[in-house]
Design a protein around this ligand. Structure first.
Ligand code: ATP
Length: 338
């Protein structure tokens, strides 16, 4: 079953194209993440699914039903935003069931769903409080509870954790993912944070300038990025991209078995081991605690190497290193994977 289908869906605002004609298919029961840099069209894509924006072209289906012309309230989706958008004068419980009351849902059903949502999100002790008396994480849980009581099978979330501090964010990621799996929800989640996407998603949809660049599982997008853009966007430390020159890394005597059509090679810092056949000088180092990043000079280019934080390596010293050929990524002159 497919939760969301786009067939040649696009969105223009005058001369600005937020989304070029795109096909997309997101599986039901999965956590799908729309990922990409600022302005790439993530929020627009989410709002198109919700019906908060009308598509300029194409057809949108939700659970197999064409909803292109269906208003947001009839699409059966719930939404959670970055600013929780809670009513300050209503209690936690009243905020959670507000939408159900407006829709005239029977009282017994409202009470039943409220109890479930409060239990699920550990909010029962706070149900009588006003949002102003809650922490950011608790407020976000109220917003989630409100999205969940609606009983819609598709939940859309736009950077819902970005107002939280780093530690709480991490906890909420875990909670949110567990909740999605427990309820079997289909979630479409927007973030510009690749760590968030990689740690939560069943499927990552990476956007670039209004175009879908790659749709894949976190493992696949990390191991086989389809382009230079994806290769450098995914991964907690950036992949080094090195220009090739007649079968060598340009400016060095490191010889590689270059596949036909490749003009550059990508190497992740974590795929390089110290000790090996290559010798280069360290330009500078970066200590982050667990890791020591070594930036070595390869002619005019730099190769980043991730070493253990307890190693001592001086800038300007020479080091030996190597890699498994299978961990190299090759790209052609259009920036596409070879
Ligand atoms: P961010 O991470 O910064 O929120 P995003 O990936 O969600 O970015 P969108 O908000 O979808 O990006 O915007 C995509 C493009 O569409 C941008 O160039 C933006 O300026 C443009 N855009 C968005 N909304 C409108 C609008 N209402 N009118 C005109 N242009 C818009």
């Amino acid at each position: 079953m497919t939760a969301v289908t786009f067939e040649q869906v696009s969105k223009d605002w005058g001369s600005t194209t937020a989304l070029f004609p795109s096909d997309l298919s997101l599986e039901a029961g999965q956590f799908s993440v729309l990922l990409g840099p600022s302005g790439c069209g993530k929020t627009t894509t989410l709002r198109l699914i919700a019906g908060l924006e009308a598509a300029s072209t194409g057809r949108i289906s939700i659970f197999g039903k064409d909803v292109t012309a269906v208003p947001p309230s009839h699409r059966g989706v719930s939404m959670v935003f970055q600013n929780y958008a809670l009513f300050p004068h209503l209690s936690v419980a009243e905020n959670i069931v507000f939408g159900l009351k407006v829709r005239g849902v029977a009282r017994s059903i409202i009470e039943d769903r409220l109890k479930k949502a409060l239990d699920l999100l550990s909010l029962a002790p706070y149900q009588a409080r006003k949002p102003g008396q809650l922490s950011g994480g608790q407020q976000q849980r109220v917003a989630l509870a409100r999205a969940l009581v609606g009983d819609s099978q598709l939940c859309l979330m736009d950077e819902p954790l970005s107002n939280l501090d780093a530690q709480l964010r991490q906890e909420m990621r875990h909670e949110l993912r567990a909740l999605q799996q427990e309820l079997g929800l289909s979630v479409v989640y927007v973030t510009h944070d690749q760590t968030e996407a990689m740690s939560m998603a069943d499927r990552v949809v990476l956007l670039k300038s209004g175009r879908i660049e790659q749709v894949a599982t976190p493992h696949h997008i990390y191991q086989a990025p389809c382009s230079l853009f994806v290769a450098q966007f995914i991964g907690s430390s950036r992949m080094s991209i090195l220009t090739l020159d007649h079968g060598r890394i340009a400016g060095t005597d490191i010889v590689l078995d270059v596949p036909h059509g490749a003009v550059s090679v990508g190497i992740r810092p974590e795929d390089i081991r110290l000790g090996g056949p290559n010798k280069l000088f360290v330009s500078h180092t970066e200590f982050t605690g667990a890791d020591l990043m070594l930036h070595v000079k390869a002619g005019a280019q730099l190769i980043a190497i991730r070493a253990q934080g307890n190693r001592l390596v001086d800038a300007h010293s020479q080091i030996d290193f190597g890699w498994d050929v299978s961990s190299l990524h090759w790209f052609d002159d259009k920036g596409l994977r070879v």
